[in-house]
Design a protein around this ligand. Structure first.
Ligand SMILES: [Zn+2]
Length: 113
């Protein structure tokens, strides 16, 4: 039987704070999650510059900036209610498993867009 990949603690649309690396203490919105690799792409975080080869349309080539994936474990979830980083906890409300903030007890809604 195939095992489901472990769901990540952050989801697309969440706000996270980076706990380590060159973007430490920066916050951003999660643009993409890749559960199989346990990586996420966060707006404005881990910007890398890629050289673009000259093409017919763009004969000089150039550089393109984009967000490279970071390991999900580097990102701490920011609670939308109290604005603090929180370890995620789960509880069951009306038969639905929801995420909630251990610091202020607010349910953290999925913010998929
Ligand atoms: Zn909170």
């Amino acid at each position: 039987m195939a095992t489901e990949p472990t769901p990540l603690h952050v989801k697309r649309g969440d706000t996270v704070k980076i706990g380590q690396g060159k973007d430490r203490n920066k916050t951003g919105r999660v643009l993409r999650v890749q559960p199989k690799k346990s990586t996420i792409i966060v707006e404005g975080i881990n910007i890398v510059t890629k050289a673009i080869k000259p093409t017919q349309d763009n004969q000089r080539g150039g550089f393109e900036k984009f967000e490279a994936p970071i390991h999900a474990s580097k990102a701490l979830l920011v609670c939308p209610s109290c604005g603090k980083t929180t370890r995620l906890a789960f509880k069951t409300v009306a038969d639905k498993k929801v995420r909630f903030c251990k610091k202020c007890d607010a349910v953290i809604e999925d913010n998929l867009k």
